[in-house]
Write a protein that binds this ligand. Structure first.
Ligand SMILES: [Zn+2]
Length: 545
């Protein structure tokens, strides 16, 4: 893959690609034009064809030919790669020749689907009709039927060898010999995010046959933690709506499609995994967890909320009446309950804190949420989370930021490599006058713990320019590397950097107060101690003592 990316990068001319969007004029070794990412009258957008990068000195947009296309067209990395490969005449299909295992799985899915309309498959078809699943959905999801026998001989006739049939889990070793794993079951082919069949789910058609559901065994292609049922079929809607609804099972996905809600999929287990959320995050900003309102459903929702937050997808929770799911409600003709439940979805904090029955629990759950908020890199999203948590918990945003600063401090103690938060803010200020002024106004060099950050801020105060400081700085290379990699200053980001500086200021100012509080509570977790302290104060104010 890396090889392919390099080949494509070398084969396309960044000037050609960017030139389609921006009129570029040569200036020295670089080319200059009006930035396509912000409105400007004098050109500050530069392309360096030798390095294969672009940079805008106005808004800070920078990157390579892939990021340019991704940003300007709003497409994924893979899509950008495909377009550029096509442009360069590199055949991606040839690069990633379909593996025989995937061909076998695809062939098997087609075979199962055809069996649905054979005499053996009649009961499966009858079952689908009973659950009110129309032909259009059967065909969209390629639902099938695995006959009691015959799948293996069909595949062998098609030229697939025995070992491959075992490897893909179609045949399984029972200890007493090999058997077809999914015989006499209704089949849901499971595809990855690109629509390739990677495994199967099989539902028994006879209530006496246990277990009710069997999945293909885990393999190199079929990793349950990385697959979302129905994602491929809902992908377009998920991308258009920038939101996704998570349901629990195969039939729930179908039921949602049947009421016209297509931005939906199901994890291959009870709760969302990090890998699954990572996939969702490429297409969606919000995730709605539409689960059964029983205890198991609530637990799954709590786990999923945290995973979604940590991956930067804003979670909402919508719990159905106990014991119900979208499929059961659809069958009863009560899909309006599903739609109402979704309409009344609670944000993560509302849902989470409603579960607290005591102040201790509220402290614990608030801390859990803050732990997830701390992991988020996107400052805009982080602020949104803080605002939401503040309004739900009644704890002031400032106080929540204090707690986050405490987490950050803990984290920095552990982490020795890379730049500290203080240094990252100072580096950013090297590249932007506005940020630099803001930083100098708000932070006193003496308050900084990071020696590098302290000395740079001191030099600013002495009137040195960024160039002077940078040119002579012993860590110049690392600083520029960091800036090239991470600093992307548009108005939105600037605003958030300022709020980070304010956070730092508040933290420094309150450090002394914290120290006093913590002296009394040495044994206790200091963050929990601080949160209880805030909540206690609130209670007292409320009671008026
Ligand atoms: Zn720009």
């Amino acid at each position: 893959m890396t090889e392919l990316i390099d080949r494509v990068r070398e084969a396309v001319d960044i000037l050609d690609v960017i030139g389609e969007y921006v009129q570029l004029k040569r200036v020295g070794k670089s080319y200059r034009g009006l930035c396509p990412f912000h409105v400007e009258k004098t050109p500050s957008f530069y392309v360096d064809p030798a390095k294969g990068v672009y940079h805008c000195f106005g808004c800070g947009a920078s990157g390579n030919v892939f990021t340019f296309l991704m940003e300007i067209e709003g497409i994924t990395f893979r899509e950008a790669l495909q377009r550029l490969a096509k442009r360069a005449g590199i055949d991606i299909k040839e690069e990633r020749r379909e593996r025989p295992e995937l061909r076998l799985l695809k062939e098997t899915a087609e075979f199962y689907h055809r069996q649905l309309y054979k005499p053996d498959g009649e009961k499966a078809l009858y079952y689908l009709r009973e659950r009110k699943i129309p032909e259009s959905i059967i065909s969209l999801f390629n639902i099938g039927y695995a006959p009691p026998a015959g799948t293996v001989s069909y595949l062998k006739n098609k030229g697939f060898d025995h070992s491959l049939i075992i490897k893909t889990g179609i045949l399984t070793d029972t200890g007493k010999g090999f058997r077809e794993l999914l015989r006499d079951r209704l089949i849901f082919p499971i595809t990855d995010e690109f629509g390739r069949v990677v495994g199967f789910g099989g539902r028994s058609l006879d209530s006496s046959v246990e277990p009710k559901y069997i999945n293909s065994p885990e393999s190199e292609f079929f990793k349950k933690g990385k697959i979302l049922y129905g994602f491929y079929q809902g992908k377009k809607e998920i991308r258009d709506k920038k939101s996704v609804i998570i349901v629990e099972g195969y039939f729930d996905v179908l039921a949602m499609h049947l009421v016209g809600i297509k931005n939906v999929c199901a994890p291959m287990g009870t709760a969302l995994t990090e890998d699954q959320t990572q996939i969702l995050g490429k297409y969606a900003e919000k995730v709605y967890l539409l689960f059964d309102g029983d205890e198991a459903g609530k637990r799954a929702a709590m786990r999923s909320v945290k995973v979604a937050m940590s991956k930067g997808v804003f979670p909402y929770v919508a719990l159905l009446p106990r014991g119900e799911d979208p499929a059961s409600l659809y069958q009863k003709g009560k899909s309006d309950v599903v739609i109402d439940t979704l309409r009344n979805a609670k944000n993560f904090a509302d849902f989470y804190l409603a579960e607290a029955s005591s102040i201790e629990e509220k402290v614990r759950l608030t801390k859990e949420l803050l732990e997830e908020i701390e992991k988020i890199d996107d400052p805009v999203l982080k602020n949104t989370y803080i605002e939401v948590l503040s309004s739900v918990s009644g704890i002031k945003e400032l106080q929540l930021r204090n707690v986050l600063a405490m987490f950050e401090k803990k984290f920095l103690k552990k982490k020795s490599e890379g730049f500290s938060l203080e240094m990252r803010l100072v580096i950013t200020s090297l590249f932007d006058n506005e940020i630099r002024e803001f930083l100098s106004e708000n932070i006193d060099p003496q308050d900084l713990d990071d020696e590098d950050a302290k000395s740079i801020l001191q030099e600013f105060r002495e009137g040195k320019s960024s160039e002077e400081i940078l040119t002579l700085h012993p860590k110049r290379k690392e600083i520029i590397e960091y800036a090239m990699k991470y600093i992307d200053l548009n108005e939105r980001v600037k605003k958030d950097i300022k709020s980070r500086i304010k956070e730092l200021k508040f933290y420094k100012e309150r450090k002394k107060i914290f120290t006093k509080i913590f002296e009394k509570t040495e044994e206790k977790d200091e963050i929990e101690a601080y949160l209880s302290h805030i909540m206690d104060l609130k209670k007292k104010q409320f009671r008026g003592d």
